[in-house]
Unconditional design. Structure first.
Ligand SMILES: NC(=O)c1ccc[n+]([C@@H]2O[C@H](COP(=O)([O-])OP(=O)(O)OC[C@H]3O[C@@H](n4cnc5c(N)ncnc54)[C@H](OP(=O)(O)O)[C@@H]3O)[C@@H](O)[C@H]2O)c1
Length: 374
């Protein structure tokens, strides 16, 4: 059903050629078939409620809300608290119980907003937040995951989020100076103390996922994944499936592009966040219009909106995928929840994939980057 809608310096190695390679690797065959003879997916716990999805042992709504742009102003000017609280609480009314933030968003102001908005319904929701940057100057500094630093960071997060526990505590970016086992061990202690309930990782390689999971079970890996950014089909998503870890794609609507927010003439000023994104150059946008046209075609077939198709597509790839589209608008949240009514048959998914793979992509990550911590 169409909910009436309107209508880190991490990519040094990206090159157009790597990119064209990504389009080749991301076929259905890139995903292993992890179904056993019983038809179950290995390592995956079943949700007690068929309307929910599992991230490890954590049960969440099948779509969450990414709160990054509300106060940090990543894709828009920072919004007023009085306008954003109704979006967050309205999402709860729509059935969303999974909210994503990080101490670096703002920094700090986004966690404060999420904490205030969700305080009255704290026991009904799952709050995910992330540590990993040195924010002591009040600005985003380098990475810091030293155990004492994490413990201190979590105290601040708990205060800002107005809670005594963080349901899903992610390492935002791996600190090259701290082994991931030490980070996992620190989170393990925080879990013992009840200050965190589940452990997550963001933008890490399959090797790092395995090392961390051996020390403290990982509930979710959160990394960028969409129809346009498919590098993580190279091992990362399958590794999550094998280990019973959920996968939380950020950027599932390609930062708005697959929600039909831009067109081939869109240009960004130097101070815009989009200006530094390699797939928002004029050349990349022009190339990706073909993806958007394909998405619009599927939207017509399914009586859906482009954003709904973008979300339904990622959700259809694996049952343990839970997207967290970011929005500052309640009508977009409502539209995004309308995705739950869209289903693809296997034949449709193959047809969709076949068309997608014929489209050369520009400025996206090459598949080899999935094997490197970002
Ligand atoms: N782990 C990480 O490193 C990392 C990195 C980035 C983000 N994140 C998290 O992931 C969340 C989502 O990622 P993201 O925000 O970067 O990308 P995204 O969800 O792909 O895109 C967000 C953009 O899409 C637009 N949008 C959402 N729904 C729409 C709809 N139905 N129709 C048209 N446009 C729509 C939003 O604009 P409107 O506000 O106008 O709706 C917003 O500008 C973030 O909020 C954040 O919590 C994590």
């Amino acid at each position: 059903m169409k909910a009436k809608g309107n209508n880190l310096n991490r990519r040094n190695f990206i090159s157009k050629s790597a990119l064209l390679g990504a389009g080749m690797v991301a076929g259905p065959l890139a995903f292993s078939n992890e179904k056993s003879s019983t038809g179950k997916i290995e390592g995956l716990k079943a949700a007690s409620n068929p309307e929910k999805r599992m991230l490890g042992a954590l049960e969440v709504s099948p779509i969450g809300l990414g709160c990054m742009s509300m106060k940090s102003g990543s894709y828009n000017p920072p919004r007023d608290k009085k306008d954003m609280i109704p979006v967050i609480r309205g999402a709860v009314d729509l059935g969303v119980n999974f909210f994503d933030t990080a101490e670096v968003y703002g920094p700090f102001t986004d966690e404060e907003l999420v904490g205030e908005a969700l305080a009255p319904m704290r026991n009904e929701v799952v709050i995910a937040s992330k540590f990993g940057f040195d924010l002591t100057s009040g600005q985003r500094g380098g990475r810091n995951s030293k155990p004492e630093f994490i413990k201190q960071a979590v105290e601040g997060m708990l205060k800002r989020l107005r809670t005594d526990r963080i349901d899903l505590l992610y390492l935002h970016r791996l600190d090259p100076n701290v082994p991931v086992e030490d980070v996992a061990g620190t989170v393990k202690n925080l879990i013992k103390e009840g200050k965190a309930l589940h452990f997550g990782l963001s933008e890490v390689s399959p090797t790092t996922i395995r090392k961390a999971h051996a020390e403290q079970p990982v509930a979710a890996v959160q990394s960028e994944y969409s129809m346009i950014q498919r590098a993580l089909e190279n091992e990362v998503i399958d590794t999550c499936g094998e280990l019973g870890i959920g996968f939380v794609p950020w950027g599932a609507v390609n930062r708005g592009f697959l929600g039909d927010k831009f067109n081939e003439y869109s240009r960004f000023s130097a101070d815009s966040r989009f200006a530094s994104v390699p797939y928002f150059t004029p050349e990349a946008i022009k190339a990706h219009m073909k993806v958007l046209i394909l998405v619009r075609e599927w939207a017509r077939k399914k009586d859906a909106t482009p954003a709904q198709i973008a979300l339904a597509w990622v959700m259809a790839q694996k049952p343990y995928i839970v997207p967290i589209p970011g929005t500052t608008k309640l009508h977009h949240m409502k539209e995004n929840m309308g995705t739950l009514n869209i289903k693809f048959t296997n034949t449709e998914l193959m047809e969709f994939r076949g068309a997608l793979e014929k489209i050369p992509l520009v400025g996206v990550r090459g598949p080899e980057t999935a094997l490197i911590d970002q």
